[in-house]
Write a protein that binds this ligand. Structure first.
Ligand code: XIL
Length: 382
């Protein structure tokens, strides 16, 4: 409702003089916000982003354009999407998405150049199935980063250069992790060196882009210390790292099992990580926030899965309160946080509903009909 906005600003400036502005009512601060968009409400604090996929940037474009000031491509710029066959780069989808973002004034985050997942087989293995040598891997990595970052030069503000290199206990992610999808062939073949090398290569290709190290569960003390140590070491070696991304995939209700990571998911623990990283002079982005309705590690069965219609009001409220508490902390740290991105736009398109279990989740600010949820109101009303 843009036509009401000029009147609104006047009301805010001259509440007593102008008739029709009830500034003394307890909800005076609430009603104007209902007319504002998310990006307007947060304009003085930080960019508010959303991730989009190859369909949602079209199907959800009204929300993206109205409410968000930054966009990340959810999968379209991952290694296997851009170079699935060695030497053949496929930029069309990512180009369309980034062009859409730029034409609509959204800042852009590139995600992610080097990650242990969503990589093609040829990267780590020769045609005979044997692992490539360290030199070969680093040279393939440099070729990928140089081509990709040069292609998007001047069109991507921030790159997640290296994603998820640390484990929960603070050790480096290696090739010996138990679960296959946790193993890092980057580390297994090249050792820790690939990290610095990735940043140097990206910087050479686009010296103006801000380069980020991105990781999850930053609220776990051992993890945040290890990430801090890694970043400090890189900076001491003059590696061009400019920022750190904190994913922030959290739950509405943290687990009460002290061995489950989500038991450590407190505002305080995440704030500590943010301030620790910022003490290195790094810019902080929250890069992948969503708030799952499910309790981590709890043995749900199919009959317990939520549908949008079955979510209890009390749980919707709790989710809203959780969003509000984290956003309050983000605002308090807005001198060091430059961007907060949600991992999705609306509940009809979230990676948390993608798993084989068939369990639907509703972790975002807009519902499946693209209407604002209680969580949206909660982060608007302050
Ligand atoms: C996820 C996407 O959302 C899914 O669509 C895809 O199947 C797997 O990857 N951390 C990251 C993101 O850094 O790249 C992941 O995105 C979510 C966890």
């Amino acid at each position: 409702m843009p036509s009401l906005r000029p009147l609104l600003s006047l009301c805010l400036l001259f509440p007593v003089i102008l008739t029709g502005c009830n500034a003394s009512a307890p909800n005076a601060a609430e009603s104007p916000n209902a007319l504002m968009t998310l990006k307007e409400r947060y304009a003085d604090f930080f960019l508010v982003g959303a991730t989009a996929d190859l369909e949602s940037y079209i199907t959800h474009s009204p929300l993206l354009k109205n409410h968000f000031s930054s966009m990340t491509t959810e999968n379209a710029m991952k290694f296997e999407q851009l170079q699935n066959i060695e030497g053949e780069f496929t930029f069309e989808t990512a180009d369309n998405m980034i062009n859409f973002a730029r034409e609509n004034g959204l800042s852009t985050r590139g995600h992610a150049l080097v990650w242990h997942r969503q990589t093609p087989d040829w990267l780590f293995n020769n045609s005979d199935g044997k692992p490539v040598s360290k030199d070969e891997l680093l040279s393939k990595m440099r070729a990928h980063i140089t081509t990709v970052v040069s292609h998007f030069k001047g069109r991507i503000e921030a790159w997640d250069v290296v994603n998820e290199a640390i484990m929960d206990d603070g050790t480096m992610r290696t090739h010996t992790e138990e679960a296959d999808d946790q193993k890092s062939a980057w580390y297994g073949i090249a050792g820790e060196e690939y990290i610095a090398e990735a940043f140097h290569t990206a910087h050479a290709a686009d010296p103006k882009a801000k380069l980020f190290y991105n990781d999850y569960y930053n609220y776990i003390p051992a993890r945040q210390q290890a990430i801090f140590n890694l970043l400090q070491t890189l900076l001491n070696q003059d590696v061009p790292v400019h920022g750190v991304g904190l994913q922030a995939h959290i739950n509405t209700i943290p687990s009460n099992d002290p061995n489950h990571q989500s038991s450590q998911q407190s505002v305080k623990n995440l704030e500590k990580a943010i301030q620790l990283y910022a003490s290195l002079g790094l810019e902080v982005h929250i890069t992948e926030m969503d708030v799952s309705l499910y309790i981590g590690g709890f043995p749900y069965t199919e009959k317990d899965y939520y549908t949008e219609a079955s979510i209890p009001e009390s749980l919707k409220l709790k989710q809203a309160e959780r969003y509000a508490a984290f956003f309050e902390m983000f605002r308090r740290n807005s001198d060091i946080i430059a961007s907060v991105t949600l991992w999705g736009i609306a509940d009809d398109n979230t990676w948390l509903s993608e798993f084989d279990s068939g369990r639907a989740d509703f972790p975002l600010l807009f519902d499946t009909q693209h209407q604002p949820k209680k969580a949206f109101d909660a982060i608007m009303n302050f």
